[in-house]
Design a protein around this ligand. Sequence first.
Ligand code: PMP
Length: 421
Amino acid sequence: MLKESAGLEAMLAKREVLGPAYRLFYEEPLYPVKGEGVWLTDHQGRRYLDAYNNVPVVGHCNPKVVAAMTAQASTLCTHTRYLHDGILTYADRLLAHFPSYLNRLMLTCTGSEANDLAIRIAEAVTGGTGVVVTSNAYHGVSHLLAKLSPSLAPIADFVRVVAPPRASLDAADNTEEAHRFAADVARAFEDLQAAGFKPCALLMDMIFASDGILPPTAGLLNEAAQATHAAGAVVIADEVQSGFGRTGDNWWGFVDAALQPDIVTMGKPMGNGYPIAGVVAGADMVATFAAKGRYFNTFGGNPVAVATGMAVLDELEQRQLPAKAGVLGQGLQAAFAQAVAGLGVVEVRGKGLYWGIEIAADGAETATARATRITNHMRQNGVLLSNSGPDAKVLKIRPPLVFEQEHADMLVAALKQALQA
Ligand code: PMP
């Protein structure tokens, strides 16, 4: 039995204490009280299939992760100004999943902090401040990153936006789009330079999630990376959404894209819900940064964080979840295509266990209204996802990687029913 919980209405009234900047999902807000694997259970004991949450990558309340976390929490939790072997072992294990030139790890608590630190490293290395991002990017919540996140807030004067690269699903060759993107990036850096901002970084989400979920194909970003280097700036791959096997097989979106970024940031799934995030870069860049400043993060990389992160690595590696996500993703692509045919969908795009389904308008009903209605319909039918991207017209699907075929089947069936409704 679940424990007695306050009524929904009383709880909604009480939320005023949080102020109006917070937003809830769904017309009928969800009140989950328990999580297990790919399932969330609400206050009335109803179970929902979670096709949305990428943070609990190895499953909600994964018992091995919880055990590692609690064992370390009941032994020692301090900070990184004492010696601790956990952080060193973790660094070795995580860096083993990177190309050898990316050989330094710095730990933070959130993806925002990781991107913030990455920008500081980029500034130290380039001596510049000008940053290029994509037109509906989201990179974090801090004062700096809000100004680098056009989907969240007005951008700063040292920021320029470019249209995100959109790989054609039909054309094997995306050369033209690679040229277009690179030319836009080059122009954006020239514009920054002309305005007195020396180029610093091209910051890209490796699945362009808030731009509508646009997984880059191999080679799509390379010319833009060349243009970035030619301008004297560095390439930062934001893997907060795309990392840790989300797109199947490879652990990182930049590997899917055959890109060699200078700096990589990550977070969300790294601790399965415990706040741990980080920045990976080459030794030279980190040394240049360290010569100009120092780094200490009170909670970042503490013994509990790294014990938790290590248990997540164990689960991902031992259960081969990235490879499984790849297999499941291939099946999902075909199943989605079949399910949405003739039901008012513009495009299905994605990879592994990250999918975006762009909804079309239907008569007087806008695409945004329809996508919102579908999201709510599915929530009522016990399957959780969201709609996001520009105008929130793209259904966003990114379940825990412990998703199995039976869950994929349930998801596809619920989607078809919602599209037909
Ligand atoms: N980068 C991307 C691509 C993100 O999606 C997010 C979070 N939605 C962040 C950075 C910021 O991460 P956090 O919320 O952990 O600060």
